[in-house]
Design a protein around this ligand. Structure first.
Ligand code: HEC
Length: 174
């Protein structure tokens, strides 16, 4: 099984930005199609960039690709947010924001109240306050993914992150 892996890895290297067609093991391909399904607002790729595709609103998932599958599942289904904030503007408006960048006097947030999330830019002086957002729920929580679909998503995360071709099966995440 070493040979196909090398073939797949070099195909990826030769095709910058993932090209149009995905080539990889079947489980990773199924996961890829769920992850980057442009027709569904809750698709991971609307908020996570992976394999050269998607919008990097949320954290880079390749960081946790090597966790055991149950650990990844817990991270996907977690309802406690680490980074998402409630942002209150001096104008009185409050929105759910994920900070993208801070530079000089400006700060950018993805507004998670919009689908797909909308990038908004402010002067730092426009912000009245920010606090941890305890009410925002990660989409997958209610996303209705079956154990098979979750396993496929993880197979894709692993494949795209470090070329894993073994994949994850539903039993691994029970
Ligand atoms: C509407 C945008 C959005 C969508 C859609 C979305 N995510 Fe997320 N995701 C986020 C944000 C924002 C965070 C950071 C939450 C926090 O901790 O504050 C996050 C966090 C995560 C984390 C934890 C990462 C870490 O380093 O702590 C995982 C894993 C994850 N998402 C996986 C997924 C998967 C898999 C899907 C698709 C099934 C998905 N996400 C869909 C926005 C989204």
């Amino acid at each position: 099984m070493v040979k196909p892996l090398i073939v797949v890895a070099s195909a990826l290297l030769a095709a910058p930005a993932f090209a149009q067609e995905f080539s990889g093991p079947p489980a990773a391909k199924r996961g890829y199609e769920i992850f980057h399904n442009a027709e569904k607002a809750s698709s991971c790729g609307n908020c996570h960039a992976l394999g050269g595709k998607g919008l990097a609103v949320g954290p880079d998932l390749s960081r946790l690709a090597r966790l055991n599958p149950r650990g990844i599942k817990i991270a996907i289904l977690a309802t406690r947010t680490q980074y998402v904030q409630s942002v209150r503007l001096k104008s009185g408006e409050t929105f759910t924001g994920m900070e993208k960048s801070k530079e000089g006097d400006t700060i950018e947030y993805y507004d998670l109240g919009k689908q797909p999330p909308e990038l908004r830019k402010f002067a730092k002086s426009d912000i009245a306050s920010t606090q941890d957002n305890a009410s925002w729920k990660h989409p997958a929580e209610g996303g209705g993914y079956t154990p098979q679909q979750l396993a496929d998503i993880m197979s894709y995360i692993r494949f795209a992150s470090y070329g894993d071709t073994k994949g994850v099966s539903p039993e691994d995440i029970e």
